[in-house]
Design a protein. Structure first.
Lengths: 401, 378
């Protein structure tokens, strides 16, 4: 049963609906979240007003504890908020890596002082976070990371390079894995927080195959992290990192909000670009079969997300099962891009120019950008290793002659 | 696993302990080796009926427990794990659903209590060729006196040899392929003019071709409305398909677990073969697919219990997805077992053969993908 904390679910729905009506600026109706855009313009007055209103309510992070600025609500109430926002054509203005990954991890592992300092600005959307994990030599083998943190008494000095720091050019703070002991691999890693607004931090966007630059390289030269911003014990960062990656996978699989790419369905696109036969079926039978297969796959994925949610009544957070969802969800989304491109034919291969509709230009960029889905957040192959070892109990390979 | 209520948990636990103790795969092997023509062990079926399993979807007023289709699915999943052969789907789901959905009070009173206690075995006589095609009905029912005369042939009738009662789809108007013009009849299997030929199939389960030669039945043998049997038939078939998908879910999960156990003990190149990444990643893929298939199967059964309007598409979704996954897992079971998996002494072959028979029954993956697309307007 849904938990409405003993309250009346319909009363709560009415409260949310009335609040949204009173606070959501009409001019933003149906508009995408500005944070989802890769090239960010300065937010408009209405966008700022909406962010502040939702932030003050704690409804952008509805299930987080109230004492840190969250909504303090049950997951059933959070769904009501999501539904009512959707109904009004309103986006949730509170998001980003602070909400998706760092916040839940800090709530679990942070000290009371750390939570009081860092969680409320995330709930208000005042501070954006970026993730300093991957390095040029530490991709799938993340624990091979080399960025050093040197103990200077009340602070650490950080030197090294991170890569694939999504949104680093917009970030205020970084949660970062650093090496504090070179004699051990996993047990020599610590989890530290520091501001991006300091002289020792340099950010360079990376141009990708899709032409855009959502990711950066980030260089640290004597950057400073205060000791009070060490999360967990010294050299105990790997455990926290693994937990954070589970939150990341949960988010990347689309399991949180259900898979979906917005825009028109493949069937609609196929009707327009491929046409239908006299019985109303997609005219290319081979394509039709693959579209059905894809729809069935997507639906069973959604059913699994619902089932996982109902089964995890205790809300113990993501588990190793997120690896299943990450693999299934990301391959599904990639296939959707592939099919979209195929359905549009040559018209789906336009790079720029007015010969192509925005939707068509978006298809090719989305297809290319989507190739990252099965690489980041732990590649498809790393997830398969996690499933085989942690869920299925299959052993590691031992050395042999 | 779906969130279960107390009675469902008890039912599942009972089914689990009974199949593990009384009906392991060795019991299926024994049944196959005995060559019993009905394709199941009659004593085991009696025990199942005594536990009330044949009446799980039958209303209490007709001797059932009315626990519903998810509950039936839980039992079938356990039976599927050990490949337990029984007429539970054909009778307790197929014939029972047809009667519950379309039967008159008199028909229900006459047949449902007997189906619920297992003393009557019902079966659906629907298909007339090598592929499932419930609208391609040529078997003709023509007016004869106050009743009808049935002539034609039904193929691959599941539990057709064991059945006492046949639910027969017949054409009373139109031509094969038309949905209208199909009428359902209740025909006792010992009626004059009914002849049955046992089909020995690869999966060793019960099946028969049945010929109807001027079989005379009364007007009271009509189940539902004349010419309008297609709707009840389709709803009945959806219940059977979902039930079969639940059985397949159990079989596929057991096939996977047996294979996984083997990967952890078989040593080659000085390693257990489960340490090889080439096999680990295939195991991870199967596990992921099995989880998705479980969601699809449970959602279909729950939709039937809720009498939801999207039952047809959710059922086609589940049968297609489950068929694909059982297909994959049964192939991998043999491949990963290597030579031992090719031997008759090993169980892998049983799961492989059962997979293909279950995939083909009541609509293959391609049938249900096509149906899913048509339901959704493309």
């Amino acid at each position: 049963m849904a938990d409405f904390g003993g309250g009346d679910p319909e009363a709560f729905r009415k409260e949310v609906r009335e609040w949204v009506e009173a606070n959501f600026p009409a001019e933003l109706k149906g508009r995408p979240n500005p944070m989802m855009r890769e090239e960010r313009a300065k937010p408009s007055e209405a966008q700022e007003a909406w962010r502040k209103a939702v932030g003050a309510k704690g409804w952008g992070t509805p299930t987080w504890p109230k004492q840190y600025g969250g909504g303090g609500l049950s997951s059933a109430e959070a769904r009501v908020i999501q539904q009512e926002f959707g109904r009004a054509g309103a986006y949730n203005p509170i998001g980003g890596m602070g909400v998706m990954m760092f916040g839940p991890t800090l709530l679990e592992y942070g000290t009371e002082d750390q939570k009081l300092e860092h969680i409320p600005p995330i709930c208000r959307g005042d501070v954006q976070w970026c993730q300093g994990f991957s390095e040029p030599g530490a991709g799938s083998d993340l624990a091979a990371l080399q960025t050093r943190a040197e103990d200077k008494g009340d602070h650490f000095l950080i030197n090294g390079q991170k890569i694939w720091t999504s949104g680093a050019q917009y970030a205020d703070w970084c949660f970062c894995l650093v090496r504090t002991d070179t004699s051990k691999k996993h047990e020599g890693i610590s989890f530290v927080l520091f501001t991006m607004h300091q002289p020792g931090v340099e950010v360079r966007p990376i141009k990708l195959i899709a032409g855009s630059s959502p990711f950066c390289e980030t260089f640290f030269t004597d950057a400073r992290a205060e000791k009070k911003n060490l999360v967990g014990p010294l050299n105990g960062g790997w455990t926290i990192a693994k937990r954070l990656l589970q939150h990341e996978r949960g988010g990347l699989s689309g399991a949180g909000g259900g898979v979906g790419m917005g825009g028109r369905s493949l069937v609609d696109l196929a009707r327009e670009y491929v046409g239908v036969d006299e019985q109303g079926r997609i005219a290319d039978p081979d394509l039709r079969t693959r579209v059905v297969q894809h729809e069935i796959e997507g639906r069973s994925f959604q059913q699994t997300a619902v089932r996982a949610m109902l089964e995890s009544k205790g809300n113990s957070g993501p588990s190793a099962a997120t690896s299943i969802m990450k693999n299934a969800g990301t391959s599904w989304m990639q296939m959707r891009h592939e099919l979209t491109l195929e359905i549009m034919g040559h018209q789906g291969l336009g790079w720029e120019g007015d010969a192509f509709k925005p939707e068509e230009l978006g298809a090719v960029r989305g297809w290319l950008g989507g190739k990252a889905f099965t690489i980041y957040g732990g590649s498809q192959e790393v997830q398969s290793n996690i499933i085989s070892k942690r869920i299925l109990g299959l052993p590691d390979l031992t050395q042999h002659n | 696993m779906a969130v279960l209520n107390e009675e469902q948990s008890m039912l599942r636990d009972a089914a689990k302990s009974w199949t593990q103790e009384k009906s392991p795969v060795t019991a299926f092997r024994k049944m196959r080796d005995s060559g019993v023509d009905i394709g199941y062990d009659a004593n085991a079926w009696n025990e199942m009926a005594e536990m009330g399993w044949a009446g799980v979807i039958i209303p209490e007023e007709y001797g059932g427990s009315a626990f519903g289709y998810l509950s039936m699915g839980l039992i079938l999943e356990e039976l599927g794990r050990t490949l337990t052969a029984s007429p539970l789907i054909a009778s307790g789901v197929g014939a029972a659903s047809a009667l519950v959905l379309g039967g008159s009070d008199a028909q229900k009173s006459e047949w449902l209590p007997k189906i619920a206690d297992g003393s009557v075995v019902g079966a659906l006589a629907v298909d007339e060729g090598p592929h499932h095609a419930p609208e391609k009905v040529a078997l003709a029912a023509t007016k004869s006196g106050s009743g009808y005369s049935l002539s034609g042939t039904k193929t691959f009738v599941i539990e057709g040899l064991a059945a006492n009662l046949l639910v027969v789809s017949a054409r009373t108007s139109g031509k094969p392929g038309d949905k209208d013009g199909i009428t359902l009849f209740l025909v006792p299997a010992d009626a004059k003019g009914v002849s049955r030929k046992r089909l020995a199939l690869a999966d060793s389960r019960g099946a028969a071709n049945i010929t109807f030669d001027k079989v005379e039945v009364g007007a009271d043998a009509v189940l539902g409305a004349v010419d309008k049997g297609g709707d009840v038939l389709e709803k009945t078939l959806d219940r059977v398909r979902a039930a079969l998908a639940a059985e397949m879910l159990g079989s596929a999960n057991q096939a996977f677990e047996t294979t996984l156990d083997y990967l952890k003990v078989r040593v080659q190149f000085g390693q257990v073969i489960g340490s090889f990444q080439a096999l680990q990643h295939r195991a991870a893929k199967m596990f992921t697919d099995l989880e998705l298939a479980r969601s699809a199967v449970e959602a279909a059964l729950q939709a039937i219990d809720a009498d939801s309007p999207d039952v047809p598409e959710l059922v086609s979704l589940s049968k297609a997805k489950m068929g694909d996954v059982f297909h994959l897992v049964s192939n991998e079971m043999v491949q990963m077992h290597g030579g031992i998996g090719m031997t008759d002494a090993h169980d892998a072959g049983f799961y492989l053969k059962r997979a293909r028979a279950a995939e083909a029954a009541f609509g293959s993956q391609s049938y249900h993908r096509d149906r899913y697309a048509r339901i959704n307007g493309y």
